[in-house]
Structures are given as C-alpha cells and as structure tokens.
Design a protein around this ligand. Sequence first.
Ligand SMILES: Cc1ncc(COP(=O)(O)O)c(C=O)c1O
Length: 347
Amino acid sequence: MFNLNDIIRPNVLKMRAYSSARDEFKGAASVFLDANENNLGSLAGEGFNRYPDPHQKKLKSRIAEIKGVRPEQIFLGNGSDEAIDLLFRMVCRPGQDSMLHLPPTYGMYEVSANLNEVEMQAVQLTADFQVPVEEVLLQVKSETKIIFICSPNNPTGNLIEAESIEDILESFHGLVVVDEAYIDFSDEPSWTTRLKEFPNLVVLQTFSKAWGMAGLRLGLAFASEELITVLDKIKPPYNINESTQALALEALEREEALKDMVEEIVQERELLLQSLPDLPTVEQVYPSDANFILVKVKDADGLYKFLLGKGIVVRNRSSLPGCEGCLRISVGTLEENQELLKAIAEF
Ligand SMILES: Cc1ncc(COP(=O)(O)O)c(C=O)c1O
C-alpha cells in the first residue's frame, strides 16, 4: 500500500513553511509596510515593486478549470525543472535513497538526482523505446523513492504504453512521475484524468512547449491534494514571478489560438515524418507524438556540422546509448522545415 507519509523525508514532514508577509496579513489595507518593498514604485513597471502572490490563486483556479482538476491538485514551479528538483528533496534522503529512470530520456532527472545526492538506477528502454516493466520492478529496492516515466518521451518522441505505466503505478509504492511536457501534441488523454485512482501518481506538464512560453518559466505538477500541500510547503515562497503569473493568465484566455498552433505544428510534424524517409542519408524516422522527431542518419556528426554550416541547429543525440546515429529535430515553421529538408538533401 502506498502511504505518502511513509516516503516523505522526516525533516520535510517536521518542517513548517516560510510564513510570508502576505500570509500573515489577509484583510484590506491601503498602506503596506510589512514586506520591506519599495513603496515609491518600481523601475521595471507598475506593480512590480510588490511581491507576487505566493499561492498563485488566480492562476491555479483558471488552470484547474481548463485541466479539469481541483486547484488543490496543482503545484506551479519555475519551469517543471523546479518541480523535479522539489520532488527529489521531498522524498529522497541524500546519500541514502535512489530514483529510477528510463534512458534514453530527459536529462534533468539525472542532473537533479546528482545535485541532491540521490543514487540513479537506470533501466534502458526497449528497442522500440517502451518500458520493460518486469525489469523495472525487479530493480526496485526499498530505497527507490521515485520512478520517472517521460511520455511522450524526450528525445525519442513516442508515447509510453498506458498499460506499462498502470502496472508500475500499481506495483511500485513510491512516486511515479509521468512527465507530460509534450502531451499537448498527442491525441492521448493526460494521466491527470487518472489522479483519483493512483495516490502515488505525479503528472508533470509545462507551459514551455505547446503554449510557447519557455521564456516565462512556468511548469506544473498535478497530484493528490496531500502531496501538493507538501510541495507548496517546501517551495521558495515567491517562485512564480509577477509577470509570469499575469502573462500566463492572459494566455489562458487564448485556448483557441493554442489549438490552432498545436494543429499547425502537428501538421508540420506529419509532413516532416512523410518527407524525411525519402532522403538518402536518413536510415530511420521514429514515430512522434511530440513537437520533435528523432531521426537516425548515416553520419550524425557529419550532418549535424553540415546543417550548422547552413545556419540550422538541431540536437545531436548520437552519443546517448539507444540513440546512436540520431539527431533530434524540433518541428519548425513551414519555411524552416522546407529549408531543413533542402539542406539535408544536399548533404
Ligand atoms: C520531458 C521534459 N520535461 C521537462 C522539461 C522542462 O520543462 P520546463 O521548461 O517547464 O522546465 C523539458 C524541456 O525540454 C522536457 O523535455
């Protein structure tokens, strides 16, 4: 049985959150002399002299409506990278506990584990980039506190089979983090729809991809209310800045535009998926449910440099085990994709 309190670090269980000036005073007032702000104004623009809402109430309530969850099930981070780091700090005792991830996958799980002195257990994805569930469960030990599953996976682009994720959620009594940074580009439903069934499920999403807000740094974690309360307790109090909160609220009113943009990116992705296999240097094009495509080519280093020479930068993933000979290519605009295809054809 999964019991959240059994896996939270004892120091985290015991600690109290920082109480900010805005937490201690909640009524109406006209003179604010409680937070050591600059009451003369701001050199950056109106309103920026005040600290932002530490609980991001307006933003969470709007996100909750759109995502079909309760505001209490949402944690907002300075990018989902912040959520990844806080999850480690919440449950992994440095020098004692471990996490399990499934390479080739997103690199920040490893970086964050190293920073937090958390041992890394790696189980390679299968040849078709799926999760070898039995092997994962065999590797689990009492110190394993988190399993990271990225779906659609970066850098491979594919969705992880729902059955595999379900099996792990049912059999593993630590946190199962399903990173859905690219879910908006897929037709599959989000795992946020399954939160009720699995108290050990944490779903990560981000505004950096489909919403086009990478520069603002806004990531999300969805989980049980109990778990979100702990993340909120340990986060830096003002982790989402004022301009991010304000601009994200505006963006959330443009859902139609989001749909149009996602549709266009998916259409461009499908065109690339059709055109790339015809190029002589291309050996394999992997299926993608994301806004990028993993492509195996005859000479990845050579093609990478050739494209750079033409002013086109893609990601060389050929040194990653499982991605030998592969480049990861983000879907661009129609013109950019045409330029890319033309350049690869010239190689
Ligand atoms: C799978 C995955 N998760 C998380 C992130 C980070 O997202 P954010 O910009 O919200 O920190 C990325 C960014 O590339 C990613 O690929």
